[in-house]
Design a protein around this ligand. Structure first.
Ligand code: HEM
Length: 151
C-alpha cells in the first residue's frame, strides 16, 4: 500500500476513536456537571478527545493535497464528490474542531466554577459531534457513490 493509501486507512479508522472519545467526553461532562469537581480525569478525557481531533485534522490536511478526490477542474462545485471532499468535508470538520478547541480552552483557562467548565464541554463537544457525524462520508445514503469504506 502506498503512503496515500495508508493515510486514508488511518484517517478512516481514526474516525471511530474520535467518535468514541467524543461520546465518552460528552457523557462524562453531563454526569459531572453537578459534582462540584473538575478532576484530573475530566481534564484528560477532554484533552485526549481534542488531540485525536487534531491528529485527524493533520492527516486530513495532508490528504487534501494528495487525494484524487480533491480537484478543482471547471465545474468541480457541480460534481457532488468533488464538492463534498474539496469543500463541505473540510469546512464542516474545521468548524467542528474549532468549536471543540475553543470550548475546551474556555473550560480550562477562562471559565470559573466546575459547573460552567463541564457545561462548556457538554455544549461545544455536542455541537462538534453533530457536525462531524453530518460530514463523515458514510458508505450509505448520499455518500454511497463516493466509495468510502468503513475501515
Ligand atoms: C473529525 C474529523 C474528520 C473525520 C471524522 C473524517 C473522516 C473521514 C472519513 C471517514 C473519510 C473516508 C475515508 C475512506 O475512504 O474510507 C474521509 C476522507 C477524507 N478526508 Fe476526512 N475526516 C475528518 C476531517 C478532515 C479534515 C479536517 C480534512 C481536510 C483538511 C479531511 C480531508 C479528507 C480527504 C481529502 C478525504 C478523501 C481521502 C481519499 O479518499 O482520497 N478530513 N474523512
Amino acid at each position: 500500500m502506498d503512503i496515500k493509501g495508508m493515510l486514508v486507512h488511518m484517517h478512516s479508522g481514526l474516525r471511530w476513536v474520535v467518535l468514541l472519545l467524543l461520546i465518552y467526553a460528552i457523557i462524562n461532562a453531563a454526569r459531572s456537571i453537578s459534582s462540584g469537581k473538575y478532576l484530573k480525569k475530566d481534564k484528560m478525557v477532554n484533552l485526549f478527545t481534542m488531540i485525536s481531533l487534531h491528529v485527524q485534522l493533520l492527516i486530513g490536511l495532508i490528504l487534501y493535497f494528495i487525494s484524487p478526490k480533491v480537484t478543482f477542474f471547471e465545474g468541480w462545485m457541480k460534481d457532488s464528490m468533488t464538492r463534498f471532499f474539496a469543500m463541505e468535508h473540510i469546512v464542516l470538520m474545521v468548524i467542528a474542531i474549532a468549536i471543540i478547541t475553543i470550548g475546551r480552552s474556555r473550560a480550562e483557562k477562562k471559565l470559573e466554577g466546575t459547573r460552567n467548565k463541564h457545561r462548556a464541554i457538554l455544549i461545544t463537544y455536542t455541537i462538534g459531534l453533530i457536525l462531524i457525524l453530518a460530514s463523515i462520508p458514510w458508505p450509505f445514503g448520499r455518500w454511497a457513490s463516493f466509495g468510502a469504506g468503513l475501515g
